[in-house]
Write a new protein. Structure first.
Length: 339
């Protein structure tokens, strides 16, 4: 099902669940986002009727108890509503994995601007005189995922099939590079969000971790400009490009330090000098090198040599930046000059 159609169906269900009255097709057209606007033309009327009939049939096929009737004997046409008692599910018991999947879906819902359109429909229904049950409405509020500022524009561009341009800084690069991408989708993998798409400059599929996007991505060009591969599996693409093979890393940590690192490590016992030897597993060596460098002298990499060199390179770069700041002349009027 297309994303826009799914959003329209969800908005329709929320609107009809939130009223005890029967709502006419004309009022649904005016209040539920996604339907053909009423411009007075026969073409627009016919397009709305076809769309609405398809939506009603699909909701009923999915088991939604869509009722048809009239609120008053004075009504001149039939309306529609969903009885909450018939629609609500009995108590549900979820396993741990099922609960995690539901939580992830909720996070996507809150981040995808679906809630704003649905809430707008309720406001319009209330303004049109429909008795909206405010105590029973779904507790949905739009919220951008602050953990990934790039999520919203990337998701919207992938949904609308628009080209996306953004600055992206790889972990082995000091500066961000402009990327021009046909976004295929956004997916969560191992606790992080990734954008999967076709890199137009490199003419190849690429995976981008949203946390490494610099600034706000910008969608350009018309909607519907491309189509993702028919057999696309976003998770498989991310696992193949972002993950790589698992690596084992052995480090030595001073006793009582690197508490955060120890939570994900296996203890190998004490070293000859009394420091703790820890073993770590990673599929993202560059990210682990950043983490190890942040502990400074409290952590030393034993193996592999590639990880050790990566951490040393980061520490060397940080030391050079600190030295440059210390040697820079202070501006006029600084505390040093005033003394």
């Amino acid at each position: 099902m297309a994303a826009k159609r799914a959003e329209r169906l969800v908005n329709l269900v929320i609107a009809l669940l939130s009223t005890r009255q029967f709502v006419t097709a004309a009022r649904i057209r005016a209040t539920v986002p996604g339907y053909e606007a009423d411009d007075g033309s026969a073409r627009a009327d016919e397009a709305f009727k076809r769309m609405f009939e398809r939506d009603k049939a699909e909701l009923r096929e999915m088991g939604v108890p869509l009722e048809t009737g009239r609120t008053s004997v004075f009504d001149t046409e039939d309306g529609y509503r969903i009885a909450r008692a018939d629609y609500e599910l009995p108590e549900i018991h979820l396993t741990g994995e099922e609960a995690a999947a539901v939580a992830l879906a909720l996070r996507l819902w809150e981040s995808a601007q679906l809630a704003g359109a649905a809430q707008s429909a309720l406001v319009k229904l209330r303004a049109a005189g429909v008795d909206v049950d405010t105590s029973g409405t779904l507790p949905i509020q739009p919220r951008l995922d602050r953990g990934e500022a790039a999520f919203e524009p990337c998701y919207a561009a992938a949904r609308d099939r628009r080209r996306l341009q953004f600055d992206y800084r790889r972990p082995d690069e000091d500066t961000a590079v402009r990327r021009d991408v046909q976004p295929w989708g956004v997916v969560a993998w191992h606790g992080r969000w990734y954008l999967v798409g076709h890199d137009l400059d490199r003419q190849a599929p690429r995976v981008f971790r949203l946390g490494r996007v610099v600034g706000t991505p910008k969608a350009v060009g018309p909607a519907g400009a491309f189509e993702p591969p028919a057999d696309l599996d976003l998770t498989a693409v991310v696992a193949g490009q972002a993950g790589g093979e698992e690596q084992l890393v052995v480090v030595r940590a001073r006793p009582g330090t690197a508490v955060g690192l120890r939570r994900h490590a296996t203890s190998l016992g004490p070293a000859d000098d009394g420091e703790d030897r820890l073993q770590l597993r990673t599929t993202e060596p560059w990210a682990l090198a950043d983490q190890l460098a942040a502990y400074g002298a409290d952590v030393v990499v034993e193996a592999p040599t590639g990880m050790r060199d990566a951490v040393i390179a980061r520490l060397t770069r940080l030391a050079a930046m600190g030295a440059a700041r210390e040697s820079a002349p202070e501006p006029a009027g600084s505390p040093a000059e005033q003394r």
